[in-house]
Design a protein. Sequence first.
Length: 202
Amino acid sequence: MAWIAGNSIILRAWERDDAQARWEADRTADDAEPKLRDWHEPPKSLAQREAEADERVASSDESVVALVIEADGRAVGDINLFNIDERNRSAMLGLSIWRTEDRGRGYGTDAIRALVRWGFRQKNLHRIELGVAPHNERAVRVYERIGFVAEGRRRESHYEDGHYVDDIVMGLLRSDFEAMEAARDAVAAPRTASRQQAVPSA
């Protein structure tokens, strides 16, 4: 697998140079809005980021698929399937768009849709789950557009800014995703046909 294609992004394996891009993004001021991520990390040095990248490249852990989101020829974030359960055909999903200026451009939505499509159709997963803080409304909207459904709430399970907050559990079944994909294709088909008819023949 060299890469997984979305509409405006590709998902590819981590390279060592990506550690530099991630480290530089971490150093930028980023308090204006919530991140499209559901975990928080202490500051890390470039050497630590490079060591993590080396571990990803060398890892043989089949319960994790860790990929870089690339758009316009540069790394803009990362996305992961983890806790992959081969018996129950399930996995967890995590997403991070690194810089403020790259959020709101559809990269996260495109990356999630591409990875869950790959997970369902190539890994034969049945269910993909994630957890998100209730106040991270942007992330919730992104997940809902893909087809994730809020299934419950883990009370005070997430420690943030000095206090515990709830975690919303959201899940996506393959059958629901495929139904939404079929609906999207049905809407797109007339537009595609109309554009093709508008092109003059040679």
